[in-house]
Design a protein around this ligand. Sequence first.
Ligand SMILES: [Zn+2]
Length: 157
Amino acid sequence: MPTQKDNLQSAIKSIIQLGGIDESQLNPLPSSGSYALIIDVARKINLRPEKPWTIEPGIYIYAGRASRSLPARLERHKKRVKPIHWHIDWITTHRSAKIMNTIILPDHPEQECAIIRALVSTTSSSFPFRRYGSSDCKEGCPAHLIMIANSKRPYIA
Ligand SMILES: [Zn+2]
């Protein structure tokens, strides 16, 4: 069975095949694009006490898009303290979660769903919450937050 590290490597490879470039290799950053945040969750966290939103430790990928001001958007994602506006903010404001890196599809602000499709077809992954981060998705993704399978938690389709 592939380890979580193997699965993460396949996930990154599949985003690069779509045209993704690691944020560190882009200078300056493009003004628009789709992006994948690779997030390490160190321990089990309950995102909101009043909702059954508990996530297990592991590696998660969130796919988003910005039709303008992409650099400001990415800066915002990395800020720990901010008003909660999007679903993903519940994770990025948590002390046990950390954005490890970001892969950007420059000038392709319509590709967030393509990122999710690529991850589903090339890696062992699962969706922790239906519709999480995808309230405005028009392509029927189960969610825009996906968990990269952990060898301790076998993939269940
Ligand atoms: Zn979608």
